[in-house]
Write a protein that binds this ligand. Sequence first.
Ligand code: ADP
Length: 806
Amino acid sequence: MKNSRTQYEDKTKEQLINELTRLRQRISELESLENERKRTEDEFCIQQEKFEGMLAAIGDGVDITTYDYRVVYANDNLKKIIGKDELEGHLCYEVFLDRNAPCKRCPMRRAIESGRTETEEILQPNKKIVELSVSPLRLPSGEMAAIEIAKDITERKQAEEALREARNYLENLFNYANAPIIVWDSESKITRFNHAFEHLTGYIANEVIGQKLHMLFPEANRNESLSKIARALNGEYWESVEIPILHKNGDIRIALWNSANIYTESKTLLATIVQGQDITERKRAEEALREAYEKLEMRVKERTAELARANEELRLEISERKRVEDELRIKDNAIESSINGIGIADLKGYLTYANNSFFKMWGYDKKEALRKHIENFCHIKEEAVEVIEALKNKGGWIGELKARRKDGSLFDIEFSASVVKDEAGNPICMMASFVDITDRRQAEETLRRSNEFNRSIIESCSDCIKVLDIEGRLQFMSRGGQQLMEIEDIGQYLNKSYEDFWKGSDYQGAFDAIAKARKGRVANFSGYCPTADGFPKWWDVVVSPIFGADGKVDRLLSVSRDVTKRKQVEEDLKKVSDELARSNADLQQFAYAASHDLQEPLRGIEGFVKLLTRRYKGKFDTKADEFFEYIVDGVKRMQMLIKDMLAYSQVGTKGKRFNPTECSSILAQALTDLQAAIEESGTVVTHDDLPTIMADASQLSRVLQNLIGNAIKFRGEEAPRVHVSAERKGDEWVFSIRDNGIGIDPKDAERIFIIFQRLHDRAEYPGSGMGLALCKRIVERHGGRIWVESEHGRGSTFFFTVPSGE
Ligand code: ADP
């Protein structure tokens, strides 16, 4: 202070004033400076606060580090990134990197030295990755420092790394995928092409990338393939489409394609990615497999056919073998069971084999017969030797021999023998088949005798027996026939046609009979054929077929019976019968006329007798009155007789046509007519069910009336009981009328049906004796019969039949 005072004193006032002015100026300057400073300081504070706020606001860590590595400022974010609270005042490499020496290429120093911002990524000891951006900064002190902005990029880095890895992975996946993958853009230019596709096409990626797809397709299918691709580009999704690919070397490979379109977010097509699958080999394998299969199939078919053929051959062979075996067995059986005796002998003539029939025929058993010489089996030994010789010379022998049995008895044999040879033609043995012809011989003898017998019958037969050939020509005529026909030399008639025998109208009968017999049936006809001498003869002829061995008619047998005499008798009979019919008719006419015409004078007699009786009764003696009564009685009987005779004669002529007639009705009618007699006698009439038959009702009623009337009339002690019944027997109805009357002696059973035949005195039982005769006539007109079964005193049963008419 002392120093300052001195100075003031030393100076002039002016100087002082000047000094003062200058000081005032200086003070004013200082004041303005101070103001300026304060303002600046305020501004600085504001700026600093702003800066501080900014640094805090940006998420990054910020520090300021001086050239000599000292951290003079660090914001909170940095502290968080570094993971420490105390940073200011420390050396940067120590606090940031836990190092004890600065980094060789320190970014802070490089930034300060270069004056540029340096950027570097730093791996912090705490494994965080920090992107450090360092810019030079001059501190207000003039000291050089750097402001460092640290960004924690750990997550980003990790994401980048993951992305990179994923990319690599995908890239590898794409490039090294087994499946060929191709990508093309919306203009069909190939953009990606993996190794498998390189392998598929022989191109390397560089050769095809940027090229149009076309190059990958063979000419022939290109358009088709491209149109498929166009469809793919239009968004159509393929699923396993086969597209052929052209290999660089010209080969064609078949690929199975799967596609997917890739779009931008704005939905425009970015690319098409296609994954192919080379199925060429598979196709080839399939083709080869198909061919192999076809070949196999073919082979199987061939083999099957071969097998079938072989099988068929085998089957044929088996069936052939079976057939041969069967044949052998059959032959064996046939030989063994043959009814022919079969024997085999060696070439010297010793028996080596014989079947059952042989042993039976000769009566030896097997042991005894075998090894015997065949001469032992013959009656004459020399014959056996002859046969052996003949066999040796000619190879065969057929003939008959007399054979000798073991017991010495002889029998006839027919046999055929032959020499059996081996394949080379050398004789092995002799074989013979024997038939015992003893029976046949006997049968032949029997047949011969029977033929002789037949012939003698035929010859002695009185009919004319002829054998004709199928055309009807005469082959044989029995001797009897020749006699009947008065033929002396049959030779001239043999082979003559039947037309030569049967002439005129009878020719047709013979013709028809022969035609019928030719068809295998028996035919009859009658005809006229005169004898050779012209004597007239009538014949009944039967023509029968004679069958040949083949079952066909080969000849005809004609048996003609001479019916000339019968014919004559028949003709005579016809004449008599015609005569009888005529006389019958006359008689009937006569009976009718007589009974009709007799009635007239009888009625006259009756009238006059009645007149005489009325007028002269009692005028003569009593005898005369008695005579009148006889005359009246006689006239009455005569009238009854005439009436019955008239009825009898009119049965045929006045009868009505037959109509269906209910018998119960006509019975009722008959009973009505008999009512008085029934009541008077106390008769009981019963009946069964009666049929309806074809009849003349009034005539049949008359029959019933007569028969029941007789039953009442010829009653015994008891009251009469009459039963009427009808029974069907075969094709007729048998009616019966049974009574309990006096009965009839069987010896009179037929007589009572004869006209006027009576068994009793008129005084005892009145009647004309016409009743049963009338019944007989009516029943016969109906085609039936009438009879009585009775015993004297035991009632009678009258039967009559009427055809049922069915
Ligand atoms: P008629 O009754 O007029 O005598 P028929 O021809 O009817 O004549 O009978 C012939 C005879 O047959 C009879 O006279 C009688 O002797 C015998 N006759 C007929 N019917 C009977 C009967 N039912 N029982 C016994 N005798 C009978």
